[in-house]
Design a protein around this ligand. Structure first.
Ligand code: DQA
Length: 158
């Protein structure tokens, strides 16, 4: 057995790192936050849905939410170190956080995939939401399908 065969065998037997599903500020308030815009599903319900869809797609996921930019940046670093793909809803940080953009860029330049997701379609909303500083370093973006945006993002990672 050559070294490369050994390496291939190890790679094939090693389970993929769970996809990190990261939700940014105010998404912990889903359900009560502007339900006419974001719907009635709360964050616990969204997490349950995401876990169910991931299971159906044969993926494992780790779903987290934080209002804190530093914590989100550190979770993206963790994804790079663990070799994990990421589904990221940066929420309002989408529109101005260069720190989150720089951290997201580390994910994709490491050869991992990062899907930017939004419940709503920011392009149809207030002008300040039309800019995403994340999109330029994301693998792709899915927006406007409510919770199903996450299912489409996970499907893109299969
Ligand atoms: C959002 C859209 C953002 O503009 C907003 O700040 C959010 C949620 C979405 O999922 O539609 O908090 O990312």
């Amino acid at each position: 057995m050559t070294d490369s065969t050994t390496a291939d065998t190890v790679a094939a037997d090693t389970p993929a790192a769970p996809v990190l599903v990261l939700n940014g500020p105010n998404l912990g308030r889903l359900g009560t936050r502007e339900p006419d815009v974001y719907g009635h599903l709360d964050h616990a319900g969204l997490t349950e849905q995401v876990r169910r869809w991931a299971g159906e797609l044969g993926l494992s996921v780790d779903v987290r939410q934080s209002d804190d930019e530093t914590e989100l940046v550190h979770w993206l670093h963790e994804a790079v170190d663990a070799g994990a793909d990421v589904v990221l809803n940066p929420a309002a940080f989408t529109h101005y956080s260069y720190a989150l953009r720089d951290a997201a860029a580390q994910v994709t330049t490491a050869g991992l995939r990062l899907v930017e997701v939004h419940l709503t379609n920011p392009a149809t909303r207030e002008t300040f939401r039309h800019t995403s500083v994340i999109s330029g370093v994301a693998t792709g973006t899915i927006a406007g399908f409510g919770a199903a945006s996450y299912r489409l993002a996970l499907a893109a990672l299969t």
